[in-house]
Design a protein around this ligand. Structure first.
Ligand SMILES: [Mg+2]
Length: 242
């Protein structure tokens, strides 16, 4: 193991663009499916308008004190932003259900991930902390991919109400793990949410650049640097298992 990670007991993971790809390709699929659903519901859908609203919603928590989006509010805003209607609760629920289904349908796991988690779990406890407004999507999604049993704790921002880098989701994770931050490494792809969030709370940080994220946050003066950078998730084997 790399010397700087001595004393590590827990390896915490981000999900999107860390353990699974969730970049421009998946976002495009999501937008396409939501457009199709709205065509079903209303007879037409301005896909450009949908993209404009969804793009804004994706980054909204980072401009609102890290308050996580409410899925139903987002669906209502989407319907009312595209169509001259007041959305009914039923329509909002129908669109929210489609959002959930799309996420679970489109996510895939690369072949190396389950063996990697299996190997790491022989030496460390593993945990998952994901920024996503719908906890059910993440929990059922990782269930579909066969990852659930590897994690001692799973925290989703939508169930906490706040997104990383806010300390609250990290604190919830540490509480569930009954662990100290200094015993934890956090592996993620997002400079702001993952590197700044985990370093601020006292964890070690590994930044992965394997996947292209949809939303990007550039380093600012005074930011924390990650303890390590990797360009492929399999590099964790050399860093943490050798
Ligand atoms: Mg991510």
């Amino acid at each position: 193991m790399s010397a700087e990670f001595g004393g590590t007991k827990v390896v915490c993971f981000d999900l999107g663009n860390t353990l699974i790809e969730f970049g421009p390709r998946q976002i495009a699929m999501q937008y396409e499916r939501l457009t199709t659903k709205l065509v079903d519901m209303f007879g037409s859908c301005d896909a450009t308008k949908l993209k404009e609203i969804r793009d804004r919603q994706i980054v909204a928590p980072y401009h609102d004190h890290y308050r996580e989006n409410d899925v139903e509010e987002c669906c209502r805003e989407l319907i009312e932003g595209i169509f001259p209607v007041t959305a009914t609760d039923e329509q909002v629920g129908e669109l929210a259900e489609e959002r959930y289904r799309v996420f679970v349908d489109i996510i895939e796991l690369a072949d190396e991930i389950l063996p990697l988690l299996g190997a790491l779990s022989e030496r460390y406890r593993l945990a998952l902390l994901s920024n996503f407004p719908c906890g059910r999507s993440i929990r059922d999604g990782i269930g579909k991919l066969g990852m659930t049993a590897h994690f001692d704790a799973i925290v989703v921002s939508g169930e906490v109400g706040w997104v990383k880098p806010d300390p609250r989701p990290y604190r919830e994770l540490l509480e569930q793990l009954k662990s100290e931050p200094a015993e934890c490494i956090y592996v993620g792809d997002n400079w702001l949410a993952d590197v700044q969030g985990s370093k601020s709370i006292g964890m070690k940080s590994i930044l992965t650049t394997e996947h292209v994220p949809y939303e990007r946050f550039e380093p600012k003066p005074g930011d924390h640097d990650p303890d390590q950078r990797i360009s492929h998730i399999s590099e964790l084997r050399d860093l943490l298992l050798v």
